[in-house]
Structure formats: structure tokens, C-alpha cells
Design a protein around this ligand. Structure first.
Ligand code: NBY
Length: 833
């Protein structure tokens, strides 16, 4: 723009900026300057983008807090039934842009900042992501609180305030992933409100004693203090502003007095350190259970603090304890908060002196549980020995619950000892383990999966025994959703503006089915041109980012093919990169004349591997090295570019998703519970290349099968195929010559020494658990159809893109959250005036 950056000019310019004609803008600039001078204690005429961001955030926050107070006051006065979303992860990303949009103040802030010499874009870019989550599960929680506020549902989130969020990913020169810490709070966090007065004591260890009638006493051990940090969550175009309460661990006042008195200062300080450790870092595993003691401590710390807070708030209503489930519903985001179930039992029975059976009635009317995976390695099982050590009273409660439960199983299925063994809360074997999923199901009144196929798999496989026992009505589906505010309006202004202009209002942002109105224009050449221009604009924006960060020039006219998600064998980034190598070999074998007819592609990958997941890290290394070879080869120049973008995050997703022509969601059938980025890509007019898995199926139902590229075996075939691999293995050479050629090429040393890749190649040659060899040819076939559709009839492609966006109404998280509210929580909306 040629605009000067601050410090721009002199004091006079600044002061002139403060004399705006628009009263609102004037207030905004004043407020920003006020915060620069008083909150940041900085000189007004010498501040950088980071300072400008902090002051702008503080100015915007004031509006949020006023609405937040109004909302909380209304809840206190009207005492509606409230829902609490317990999630160990909230993958929020940045907040400022979202806050300004929701408040309807973005343009005014832009003008105000401009008057002070800043571009809003630079200021927004100075915010660090809040990466308090791993992937889909954590981002889902963030979308749900957005929708809760927007739909005016009394919904709070409870989470942990990790000092270190999701690690920062670096790529070493040899292509390997390296991890660096993410000290996201270092610049301070303007969105959080410390509530040093809102605390809870959380006990660990000590010993538990049983009294009569199921009651018990838990004493001794160590107490850790939980301190609340509140984060306001604004709704879109409403005053309704909800809250996420994040707990931070602190040593309790007068910690470890014994050691102090004994003159053992060092020991006392050590205890205080270990207390603060609890909320130090987010565990970076997704879809994999690791079984670390500190992780169990995080879970209990968070459940205990949240329940004590919820109980205190409930008691303030003055209602008798029997009314608890009519005022409170708690949604468990996966099994991570399952300890809330025995903890509520403990509070009711031991502290409130509610008789055991009455207490269990209350508990089982309070909780509902969402399952996010059927992968066996992800199911949480904690060693009984660890419970004995850290949570002795909870162990007693779980044993007592299990005793009664197994008796009722025996009554319903007399003599079925196998069933009893499978359903028991305790897994016997070398060292007993507590099965958190079984406990979550037992203690909840509803259990749901996150897409139709997934919920059906939950009912027919992992929880089949429980369906037989409780009846099928308890087991529901709530298909995931995404917030269209962040995942279209905020991340894709070009398309959002075109949609608003075409539909005549912004109402579609709160009723996503209104996008159907775009269908009227799908054949209008002028509209099609504008649609294509928005996509082109987003591709150029991404190309610029790639140039700035990696120094690589990509042709923004090429087809952008994107796969971004956690790196996992079941998600099969491997299938994608093997397909890329096949494409490369095909190009290599062509004459220069033939190469001119190839549809140019840019294949982009991004995603983090869990630091301990060796095979996932090897796959990253392969992608990077294949990219290096291809990008340096003149034969592929202009027709194939392959890049791994480091350090995937919510903010990077906001840049990537609007720029895709096609995105890949290619998990082995039956493994991806839902997927949510598939929804984001399609909402932004990118077409979907995928397997018949998770929410891909429902997306195809909505947008029409003619608009998606499906391939691969279906879920019912998977078990049989795995059986074949095991007992009647067939060489890859015979199954897919194309794949065999690709594997041979990898082992030729072209991408680095064969010894590096051998373990990866072996997973496919032997066992091939994720069915790469079974789906490879079908994948290539689908890719060919993508090429043809894109090249042969560009106008038809644009039409498909328009139809896709237009038919994505179902996937708004507003629909999802209203389904929870109506079908599970039995809760009503509450207008905030
Ligand atoms: O939840 C994801 C599913 O894989 C995806 O299909 C679904 O769309 C999404 C939202 O429902 N699951 C997921 O992201 N899981 C985790 O991140 C996760 C994190 C930690 C642990 C387990 C799973 N853990 O046990 O520590």
C-alpha cells in the first residue's frame, strides 16, 4: 500500500488522528492510546506492532467484558439450566479478529488504527495463537463455545491454562521434525482475566477410609491450589458472551509447612514446584493414550476444580441438592474428564452426605459423554496402582460402583462371564487397569459419536455390550460442526463479501442453510467469475506467505491440492506422498511435448507428529525429501511442486483452507471418527477427495456425490482385508504394480539412503494395517478424475465449487450445539438484553 509504518510523522499527526469525525472511531483511537500509555506504560509515539496489538486487544476486551458481565448477571438472576463443556483442550487460535467481527467493530478499529499509523492486518498478525489443543477435538471445543454464545445458550467451558501449548514444529535440514516449546504466555495474554479470588483446593495422595453406607473420608496427601482464569467468548451479533474458565495450578498458601518447620527449605520449594508443574504443558498426543502420571494429575486437578466451582454456583441458587441435574448438565469431551464422575460421587456422598443410591441417581442424570475415536490405542486405561497412589478414595468409589454394576450385568445376562469381563470397569491382567470409557458410559445418561458412521461403529463395536445392556436410545449421534464465523467470514473475506453481496445480507452467518440461495447464481457467468476471482485471490495470498516463509515461488494458477491435519498412519499422508511419487515418475517418463498437457499441481502438506510417534515423523521426513527432489527437477518444473509447510496451526489453517482447489481426507475407512477440516475446506469452495469415512459421507450426501471424489474400500471390507494380509499375504508387485514401482523408486536412494525409508516401506510390504496397497490404484484413479475435471471444464469446476459451498449448511456448529441443547442437555436459550 506504500503506507508508512509507525512511528509515522510527529506528534501532530497523532493528535490529528485523535480528532476523528466518527465519534465511535474517535473513542476507539482514544482507548487504544489510553491503553498504550497506562496499561502498557509505553510512550505513545514509539510503539511497535506488538504494542499496538496489545493495546488494541485491551480496548476491544472492554466491550467484551461489559457484555460478559451482562450475560453472567442474567444467568445469576434467571437461574437457567446451564451446560458445562469439560475439555482438556481448547484450540482457540487468535482472538482479536474474531472479537472485532463478533462485536461488529472491525471496520471502525481498522480506521482507528489507520489514523495511528498502523494497518489492522499487521496488528492482527502480531497475536500469538492460543494452541491449547492437539487437533480436531480441541478445535471442536473452540467452535462449540463460539456457537454456544452465538445461539445464546448458557454454556461454559472448563479447561486447563497450560503454560506451554502445542509445541512449535521445526523442520531440520534432513527433513525431520524438531520440537520447540511454545511459551505462548510470554507476551502476556490480554484475553484472560485472572480471578485470584476464585480458587479450589485439590488433594492428591494421602489415604482413604471407608465408613458405613458407602461413605468415606479422604485425608492427608498434598493439596494443590487451582486458580481461575476467565476468557470471555463473544457470540456473533449478540450481547451473549460466555466464558471458558481455565485452571492454573499453584502451591497452596503455606505449602508443605512440615518441611518448612523442619528447616528443609529446599524440599518445601520442590513441593511448590511440583504443584505448579501440573498445568505446565499440554500433552502433544492425539488419538493415542500415553499413561503418564502427570497427565492423570492434570485430569483430576481440572475435574476437581471444575466440579467444586459448579457445585458452589449451584448451591448459590438455594435449591436442594436433589435439584442438581435439573440445573446442571456436564458434557464430557472424550474420556479425559471421566474422573468427574467418581469426583461428583465423592462430593455428594462424603461431603454432602447424600445416600449412595440417591447420589448415583444425581450423577447419572448429570453427565453426557462424547466419544471421538474407535482406535483401540486411543482408549484410556489407567493402572489401578497409580490410582491407589494418587486417588485412593476414587479407587474405592470405582470398585464399589463396579461391584453393583457387574451384579446387574449378571442379572441381565446370567452366566455370560465373557460379557462381564468385557464390561467391567477394571481390566484384569498383569496389573489391573481402569477402563475410562466404560466408566464414562456407566456414569452418563447419553453417549454420542461425532458422525453417523462413527456413532454406528460405536454402537456395533466398542460399546456393543453397553448397547445390549442399556438399550440403544442412550447411544446417539451428533455430527460435528464448525463455526462459519471463523471458518468463512474471518478467514476468507473475499468469499464472505461475495456471498453477502449476492444474498443481500449477512444473515447466512447465523443460519448457514441460507447459503442455498447461492444456487440461483451457479450458472451466472458474472457470478462464476467473481467466485473464481475470490479463490484466485486466496491462492495468491497463500503463495505470498509461502514465498515469505520458505522462499519458494509457487504458481498460484496451478491446482492447489492440500492435506493438513495431524500426521498419523491412519490418516494416510503416506498414501498422498506415494501418489505424488507416482505422479512424478509418470512425468519423468513423458516427452517434453506430453508434459505441456499435464495439469499443474501444487501439493501442500502440513501437520504435527506426536514427538514420540516415530513412524509419523518418518513420514514427514519422506514428504520433505520427496519435495526437495521434485522441486529441484527441471522436468517437473511448473507442473509439480510439493511442499511441507512447518508448524501447522489454527492461523495457518485460516490461510490454507480458503486457498484449496481440492483437499484430501483419505483415512482408512472406519478410522476417522468425523474429521472437521473436511467441512472447512468444502465450506470455502474446495472440493473433497476422500474415502468413504467419517463426515465425508455426510458431506457427500449434502453436496451431492457428483461433487466429491470418493475412492477406496468401504468400512465393512476392512476387517476381511486385514485378515487377508495376515494369513494370505500377496506381494505388492502383484497387487499394485504402480505402488511397487513407487516403493522401488524410494528404495533406489533418490530421496536419500534406502536404509532411512526401509522401515516405512516395510509397513506397507508387511502387514499393511492401514490398507495402502489395497486402496492405491483406486486413489490414483480418483486423482486422474480430479485432473480431468479441473482441466477439461474449468467452468464446471467453478460450478461444483459454488454448489459445494451452497450445500454445506448442515455443518455449522450452530446446528450441532442446538442438537446437544435440545436432544441431550434439555436446555433452553436465554436472550441477553
Ligand atoms: O476429534 C478427533 C478425531 O480424530 C476426528 O475424527 C474428529 O473430527 C475430532 C472431533 O470430534 N480426535 C482428536 O482430535 N483427538 C485428540 O486430539 C486426542 C488428544 C489427546 C488424547 C486422545 C485424543 N489423549 O488420550 O491424550
Amino acid at each position: 500500500t506504500g503506507k508508512e509504518k509507525w512511528p509515522r510523522g510527529d506528534e501532530e499527526t497523532w493528535k490529528a488522528g485523535l480528532r476523528s469525525v466518527d465519534a465511535d472511531v474517535n473513542d476507539i483511537t482514544k482507548s487504544i492510546v489510553h491503553h498504550i500509555q497506562t496499561s502498557l506504560a509505553r510512550q505513545a509515539y514509539n510503539i511497535d506492532n506488538l504494542g499496538a496489538y496489545q493495546a488494541t486487544a485491551l480496548a476491544a476486551r472492554e466491550d467484551l467484558i461489559i457484555n460478559w458481565n451482562q450475560t453472567q448477571m442474567t444467568y445469576t438472576r434467571k437461574q437457567p439450566k446451564r451446560a458445562y463443556y469439560l475439555s482438556l483442550e481448547f484450540l482457540m487460535g487468535r482472538t482479536l479478529d474474531n472479537a472485532l467481527l463478533n462485536l461488529g467493530l472491525k471496520e471502525k478499529f481498522e480506521t482507528g488504527l489507520d489514523k495511528l499509523g498502523f494497518t489492522l492486518e499487521d496488528v492482527l498478525d502480531s497475536e500469538r495463537d492460543a494452541a491449547l489443543g492437539n487437533g480436531g477435538l480441541g478445535r471442536l471445543a473452540a467452535c462449540y463455545v463460539d456457537s454456544g454464545a452465538t445461539c445464546e445458550i448458557p454454556l461454559w467451558g472448563y479447561g486447563l491454562r497450560y503454560h506451554y501449548g502445542m509445541f512449535q514444529q521445526l523442520i531440520a535440514p534432513d527433513g525431520s521434525q524438531l520440537e520447540a516449546p511454545d511459551p505462548w504466555l510470554d507476551n502476556s495474554n490480554p484475553w484472560e482475566i485472572p480471578r485470584l479470588d476464585v480458587t479450589a483446593d485439590v488433594r492428591f495422595g494421602g489415604h482413604a477410609e471407608k465408613l458405613d453406607k458407602g461413605r468415606g473420608i479422604w485425608s492427608g496427601g498434598q493439596e494443590v491450589l487451582a486458580v481461575a482464569y476467565d476468557c470471555p467468548i463473544p457470540g456473533s451479533d449478540t450481547k451473549s458472551t460466555n466464558n471458558i474458565r481455565f485452571w492454573s495450578a499453584r502451591p497452596r498458601r503455606g505449602f508443605d509447612l512440615q518441611s518448612f518447620n523442619a528447616g528443609d527449605y529446599d524440599r518445601a520449594v520442590e513441593t511448590s514446584n511440583s504443584a505448579a508443574n501440573i498445568t505446565n504443558v499440554l500433552y502433544p498426543n492425539d488419538n493415542h493414550y500415553a499413561g503418564k502420571s502427570l497427565r492423570l494429575q492434570q485430569q483430576y486437578f481440572w475435574c476437581a476444580a471444575s466440579l467444586s466451582d459448579i457445585m458452589r454456583r449451584f448451591k448459590n441458587t438455594g435449591q436442594p441438592i436433589s435439584e442438581f441435574p435439573n440445573h446442571v448438565v456436564i458434557q464430557l469431551n472424550d474420556t479425559h474428564p471421566t474422573l468427574a464422575i467418581p469426583e461428583l460421587m465423592r462430593i455428594l456422598v462424603d461431603e454432602e452426605e447424600v445416600p449412595w443410591d440417591d447420589a448415583w441417581q444425581i450423577v447419572t442424570r448429570t453427565f453426557a459423554f462424547t466419544n471421538h475415536t474407535v482406535l483401540p490405542e486411543a482408549l484410556e486405561k489407567w493402572p489401578v496402582s497409580l490410582f491407589q497412589q494418587l486417588l485412593p478414595r476414587h479407587l474405592q468409589i470405582i470398585y464399589d460402583l463396579n461391584w453393583t454394576f457387574l451384579q446387574s450385568v449378571e442379572r441381565k445376562f446370567p452366566g455370560d462371564v465373557d460379557k462381564m469381563a468385557r464390561m467391567s470397569l477394571i481390566e484384569e491382567g498383569h496389573g489391573q487397569q481402569i477402563r475410562m470409557a466404560n466408566l464414562a458410559v456407566l456414569g452418563s445418561f447419553k453417549v454420542n459419536g461425532v458422525a453417523e458412521l462413527h456413532s454406528e461403529l460405536v454402537r456395533t463395536t466398542i460399546l456393543k455390550d453397553f448397547v445390549d445392556f442399556f438399550g440403544v436410545d442412550k447411544f446417539r449421534n451428533v455430527t460435528n460442526g464448525i463455526t462459519p464465523r471463523r471458518w468463512l467470514d474471518q478467514c476468507n473475506p473475499a468469499l464472505s463479501n461475495l456471498i453477502t453481496e449476492t444474498l443481500g445480507s449477512r444473515a447466512w452467518l447465523k443460519d448457514l442453510y441460507l447459503l442455498k440461495g447461492l444456487l440461483e447464481h451457479e450458472s451466472d457467468p458474472t457470478f462464476q467469475k467473481k467466485w473464481a476471482a475470490a479463490k484466485a485471490n486466496n491462492k495468491e495470498r497463500l503463495a505470498k506467505y509461502i514465498k515469505n516463509t520458505l522462499g519458494v515461488t509457487v504458481d498460484s494458477k496451478a491446482m492447489f491440492d492440500i492435506q493438513v491435519k495431524r500426521i498419523h498412519e491412519y490418516k494416510r499422508q503416506s498414501l498422498n506422498i506415494l501418489g505424488v511419487i507416482h505422479r512424478y515418475l509418470t512425468i519423468k517418463a513423458m516427452s517434453p511435448e506430453e508434459r505441456t498437457k499435464v495439469t499443474p499441481r501444487v501439493v501442500l502438506f502440513a501437520g504435527k507428529a506426536a514427538p514420540g510417534y516415530w513412524m509419523a515423523k518418518l513420514i514427514i521426513r519422506l514428504i520433505v525429501n520427496v519435495g526437495k527432489v521434485i522441486n529441484a527437477d527441471p522436468d517437473a518444473k511448473g507442473i509439480l511442486t510439493v511442499l511441507f509447510l512447518p508448524d501447522y496451526s489454527v492461523s495457518l489453517a485460516e490461510l490454507l483452507i480458503p486457498a484449496s482447489d481440492i483437499s484430501e481426507h483419505i483415512s482408512t475407512a472406519g478410522t476417522e471418527a468425523s474429521g472437521t477440516s473436511n467441512m472447512k475446506f468444502c465450506l470455502n469452495g474446495g472440493l473433497l477427495l476422500g474415502t468413504v469415512d467419517g463426515a465425508n459421507i455426510e458431506i457427500a450426501e449434502e453436496v451431492g456425490e457428483e461433487n466429491v471424489f470418493f475412492f477406496g474400500h468401504l468400512t465393512p471390507a476392512v476387517e476381511e482385508l486385514r485378515y487377508q494380509h495376515r494369513y494370505h499375504p500377496m506381494p505388492v508387485e502383484k497387487k499394485s504394480p504402480a505402488l511397487a514401482a513407487v516403493l522401488e523408486d524410494i528404495m533406489s536412494g533418490r530421496y536419500g539412503d534406502a536404509s532411512i525409508w526401509e522401515p516405512f516401506v516395510n509397513t506397507i510390504r508387511q502387514g499393511d494395517y492401514y490398507l495402502i496397497s489395497d486402496d492405491f490404484d483406486s486413489y490414483l484413479q480418483a486423482q486422474k478424475m480430479v485432473d480431468e475435471a479441473y482441466t477439461k471444464d474449468p467452468q464446471q469446476w467453478i460450478k461444483k465449487s459454488i454448489q459445494t459451498t451452497a450445500k454445506m449448511g448442515k455443518f455449522s456448529s450452530d446446528r450441532a450445539i442446538m442438537t446437544y441443547a435440545e436432544e441431550i442437555w434439555n436446555i433452553e436459550t436465554l436472550k441477553i438484553n
